[in-house]
Design a protein around this ligand. Structure first.
Ligand SMILES: C[S@@+](CC[C@H](N)C(=O)[O-])C[C@H]1O[C@@H](n2cnc3c(N)ncnc32)[C@H](O)[C@@H]1O
Length: 200
């Protein structure tokens, strides 16, 4: 059982402390997903950002490596009445889709967890149409006592993350060379970056 399988029942409760950041991330996703878009979401977790993506989209393929997380996302979307979301177990490094399948690809709060974030971004860019959007909101190093203590507790449970600074995260994304990038800061308990890359 992975860390994320174990944490799935309480993930939304633990994220209450980050609600300001999540609100900003969801609002950002809502705004930048184009009307009628075909959307892929990777590492969707319990679906906190899925509903924001589904509002204007024609369809959302909601994916994650953890089945218990996906089950939470499925229930959340059903409770909210979305019938344009489908669910699939998928590894972010390996999408079964043809090149340039989606108008927008969302991967929230996962790149800082991966051993090879650049490989993941390249895979997401591969399945994004030319001119389409990669939407990558990601928690960054908080550098605050309380949130650092919370991370220590997570680590005991098996949580591993890179804890990028804003500049390190931007530099990693620039190395991917996926397109024109807009990156902004989100302030909150855990600060974050909101990233939209327009595929060139
Ligand atoms: C911090 S949660 C983020 C969930 C959601 N996107 C959010 O912002 O609340 C990280 C998620 O990444 C998923 N994950 C980790 N490694 C993955 C991989 N290689 N492929 C797909 N999902 C992965 C975990 O299962 C977990 O649901």
């Amino acid at each position: 059982m992975s860390f994320w399988d174990k944490v799935s029942p309480v993930y939304d409760i633990l994220q209450v402390v980050n609600r300001r950041s999540f609100r900003a991330m969801a609002e950002g996703v809502r705004q930048v997903v184009p009307e009628g878009a075909k959307v892929l979401e990777c590492a969707a977790g319990t679906g906190i950002l899925t509903a924001a993506a589904a509002e204007k989209a024609e369809s959302v393929v909601c994916t994650d490596l953890s089945l218990p997380m996906l089950e939470k996302a499925r229930k959340k979307c059903a409770d909210m009445g979305f019938d344009n979301v489908s669910f699939e177990e998928r590894d972010i490094y390996n999408m079964p889709d043809k090149d340039e399948t989606y108008d927008a690809v969302v991967a929230g709060n996962v790149l800082h967890l991966l051993d090879e974030p650049e490989r993941a971004v390249k895979e997401l860019a591969r399945v994004t149409k030319k001119g389409g959007k990669l939407i990558l909101p990601t928690f960054l190093n908080a550098d605050k006592d309380f949130s650092t203590s919370l991370l220590k507790i997570y680590r005991v449970l098996g949580f591993r993350s890179k804890e990028y600074t804003f500049d390190e995260f931007r530099a990693m994304l620039e190395r991917c060379n996926a397109g024109r990038m807009k990156i902004t800061r989100i302030n909150g308990f855990m600060p974050a970056a909101f990233v939209v890359i327009r595929k060139g």
